[in-house]
Each structure stands twice: as structure tokens, then as C-alpha cells.
Design a protein around this ligand. Structure first.
Ligand code: ADE
Ligand code: ZN
Length: 336
């Protein structure tokens, strides 16, 4: 394929792994920083670009938390959601499951009602733009079982429209997945899907734990699965999709280069790979850029790209009718 860009754009796409705070556009972050001079986030564009150069994963999280701390009310949340929706619409992304971390916003002093109203208003605008949004409420793992308990209680008490899943983010090092088992059990019993991060910054044992202890229906990242053939076989046999975020892993220095990214091995092994952005402006990426990078590096033809887009549709928590509509549209692009 000479230039796959037009084909990638034409694919109706689905994004399954994007954090709301990490989706804040550069202009939005600059505007917030000017309103919050004490946050440590630069107010100058060039400085902000340097601020978004990460030494390692813990450094990335510090920067992420600095941006998060500037969000105070429904207007800020709505600005983020509508900014994300506009960007998704521009890329022909039709549906996204967006990760929100209520525990952190409440801890930073945002009233629950402000958070929920901002999400609902932003989601309504997204619908008008042709992008349907769903929510994943996730536990900030570094804050331990208390955060698990509170995130679950908030999710079940508020149960906002569009909430489909329950997640676990933050660092993996020193944060065993199994301590969150009771909260994931209760979330699943209440009908929320289990989508923890695992295997982003630690080895395959974390992914095993996510699957066995948290009932993971999809794995956030899951890139270290390639280090354990038995795990990889398990993921393939059970069709457990991986939310792979290649540029994120490069920018947090978990992987040296796109050529060395495990996504090539995951595809070759027959894993259900979905491509995602994680925190797009912070990592200087877009969903279309992720498809392009993987296609050019690993030699995917239009059928291979369409398979990735279809994987994301099937791995999503869209209902069967909405999935069928998107899959049919993808199919027409490859049979023309
Ligand atoms: N929060 C935002 N981005 C994250 C990532 N890549 N991993 C874990 N937690 C996150
Ligand atoms: Zn993530």
C-alpha cells in the first residue's frame, strides 16, 4: 500500500483505551495552566512540549497528576470531554470508552456533582458530533484498597449513563492486582466489565493476575504477554483482547523503538490486538497515527488494518446492533 492514510481515515474506528485527563489538548492544558499558576504546568507552548518529554513511567505519572490537579469543576470536565469528542470526530472515530478516575478528582476537591454533570454534558455534545462515548471508572492503584472501595461505591451509587466498565490504572510496580479482587468481583456482579491495566510496566505475572484475580475481559496494554508463551496461548485461546498503545510505551520508555514493540509478536501469535492512544496529546499521538505506525512498521495491508478496526469493534462494549453496523461498514471498505 503506497500511502495508507486515506484508508485509515475511512475506517470507522473505535478507541478502547484513552484517559480523560490524558486527552486534554495542548491548548486546553495551556489555558488551564494560565488559570492555575501554582500547578507547576508550563504556560508556554514550547515549555509544555518539554514538560511532556518523559524520563520514565513514574515521571510520566507525575506530569499526568499535575495536569489532573488543575481540573476544578464541571466546565473543566466538559471542556475535556468536548475537546476529545471533536478530535475523535475529526479522525472518524465513532465510539470511545473513556477512562475517568473519580477518586482522584474528588480527592482534589471537585464535588461529585460537578464531575458527573461535566461528563454528562460533554457526552451529549459528543453525540451531536457523531461520537458516542462510554465511561470506564478506574481505581488509581497507587492509592490502595481504600481507592478500590471508594471507586466501586461511587460507580455503583452514581451509575451514570454510559458507564460500562471498571478499571485499574496508575503504577503496577509495588501495586499487586490481587488486592483489588473484592472490588472487581462486586463491579462484575453489578454488570460492569473488567478492564484493568496490566503488563504495561511489569511482567506477564501481572497479566495473569489481572485475568485470574480481576476477571479481566480486556487487558490494558498487556504488552509483556510476549514474555510468557503459556500466557500468550491463554489470551489467544480465550480471545481476551489487548488494548495496545504503542506510542505510549515508546514515550514512557517501556519500549525502545516501534520496530521492537511487542505488537508485531502479538499480531503474529494471533492475539486480539486493538490499537489505542492512552493519553494522546501528552504522547503526541492520535489513533490514526497509531494505525499508520503499526501498518508501516509491521507491513499491514488494508485487510490487516481492517482486522484491527474490527477487533476493536468486537472487543468494545457496544451492543450487538451497533457492532454489526460498524463491522458492515468496515467490510464494505475491504470489498470495494
Ligand atoms: N493513567 C494515565 N495513563 C496511564 C497509563 N498509561 N498507565 C497507567 N495509568 C495511567
Ligand atoms: Zn492507560
Amino acid at each position: 500500500m503506497s500511502d495508507p492514510r486515506a484508508f485509515i481515515h475511512a475506517l470507522p474506528k473505535v478507541e478502547l483505551h484513552v484517559h480523560l485527563v490524558g486527552s486534554a489538548g495542548v491548548d486546553t492544558v495551556l489555558a488551564l495552566a494560565r488559570r492555575h499558576p501554582g500547578s507547576g504546568v508550563p504556560t508556554d507552548r514550547a515549555e509544555l512540549a518539554r514538560f511532556f518529554e518523559f524520563r520514565d513511567f513514574p515521571h510520566f505519572l507525575k506530569v499526568y497528576w499535575a495536569v489532573q490537579s488543575m481540573l476544578v469543576d464541571r466546565h473543566d470536565i466538559r471542556t475535556l470531554v468536548t475537546g476529545l469528542a471533536r478530535e475523535l470526530a475529526r479522525q472518524n472515530v465513532r465510539y470511545a470508552e473513556v477512562t475517568v478516575t473519580p477518586y482522584n478528582h474528588l480527592l482534589d476537591g471537585m464535588p461529585a456533582d460537578e464531575l458527573l454533570t461535566g461528563l454528562a454534558e460533554g457526552r451529549a455534545t459528543a453525540t451531536d458530533l457523531g461520537v458516542s462515548l462510554a465511561w470506564c471508572f478506574d481505581i488509581p492503584g497507587e492509592k490502595g484498597p481504600e481507592a478500590g472501595r471508594e471507586t466501586l461505591a461511587f460507580a455503583l451509587r452514581e451509575r451514570p449513563e454510559g458507564l460500562v466498565s471498571f478499571g485499574l490504572g496508575g503504577p503496577e510496580v509495588g501495586v499487586p492486582r490481587a488486592q483489588f479482587t473484592p472490588y472487581f468481583d462486586q463491579a462484575r456482579e453489578a454488570g460492569l466489565h473488567s478492564v484493568p491495566h496490566a503488563g504495561e510496566t511489569t511482567g506477564p505475572e501481572t497479566i495473569w493476575s489481572a485475568v485470574r484475580d480481576l476477571g479481566a475481559e480486556r487487558v490494558g496494554h498487556g504488552t509483556s504477554a510476549t514474555e510468557d508463551p503459556a500466557l500468550l496461548t491463554h489470551l489467544v485461546e480465550h480471545g481476551i483482547p489487548l488494548e495496545v498503545c504503542p506510542t505510549s510505551n515508546l514515550r514512557t520508555r517501556q519500549v525502545e523503538s516501534i520496530e521492537k514493540h511487542p505488537v508485531g509478536l502479538l499480531l503474529a501469535a494471533g492475539a486480539v490486538v486493538t490499537l489505542n492512544t492512552d493519553d494522546p496529546p501528552m504522547f503526541g499521538t492520535t489513533l490514526e497515527a497509531e494505525y499508520l505506525a503499526v501498518a508501516t512498521t509491521f507491513g499491514l495491508d488494508p485487510a490487516g488494518l481492517a482486522r484491527l478496526a474490527s477487533n476493536a469493534v468486537r472487543a468494545s462494549f457496544l451492543d450487538a446492533a451497533a457492532q454489526a453496523t460498524l463491522l458492515a461498514e468496515i467490510a464494505t471498505l475491504t470489498t470495494e
